[in-house]
Design a protein around this ligand. Structure first.
Ligand SMILES: [Zn+2]
Length: 182
């Protein structure tokens, strides 16, 4: 009886051999629980929320989800979650698009929606890569790696918000300056 429980897929009941990573019938990943525990260390804040989202996406093999923070503030959300490449890229792109008026605004809304839908999946892949690296690190390097690349960066988030806000104010003031000179 025990043997049956140990070797049956928890999702569909298909039997599997010890050492199998995926269910041959439904694709369920057998090490999901352990994987989730490792990932939570890297997610840090709100780890339960993201862990649940990742689990849902994996079990049903979906790339889509919904994330309000990423929809409303895609660039800030990426920076906060330490995905700086995406974050600063988006910040620049969205800034440039503001000069394209209506088209730019529509594009910015489209970017927001795309991030609302795909943010959790992008973040899942990011965390998966970190966990993969974590597993091949020396024991004494693991904690350092989590602190450096895992969790959130509130300081960077505030700095970027203050920075972009200051730039916007400076642009307005400069506009007035030029206007008064004309
Ligand atoms: Zn299965």
């Amino acid at each position: 009886m025990n043997e049956y429980i140990d070797t049956a897929c928890p999702k569909c009941g298909e039997l599997y051999l010890p050492g199998d990573l995926f269910c041959s019938k439904c694709g369920y990943e057998f090490n999901l629980v352990e994987k989730n525990e490792n990932e939570k260390q890297y997610i840090g804040k709100n780890s339960q929320y993201y862990s649940n989202k990742f689990f849902e996406m994996r079990v049903v093999h979906k790339d889509t989800s919904w994330n309000w923070a990423a929809f409303l503030f895609p660039a800030y959300w990426c920076i906060y979650r330490k995905m700086y490449f995406y974050g600063f890229g988006l910040l620049l792109l969205q800034y440039v698009l503001k000069f394209a008026f209506l088209f730019g605004n529509i594009m910015n809304v489209a970017i927001g929606i795309a991030f609302g839908v795909y943010a959790n999946h992008i973040y899942m892949q990011h965390v998966e890569q970190l966990v993969d690296k974590h597993q091949v690190l020396e024991e004494d390097q693991k904690k350092k790696h989590i602190n450096q690349y895992g969790g959130v960066n509130l300081v960077a988030l505030i700095a970027v918000i203050v920075g972009t806000f200051s730039l916007a104010v400076a642009a307005v003031l400069l506009g007035f300056e030029i206007y008064s000179l004309c």
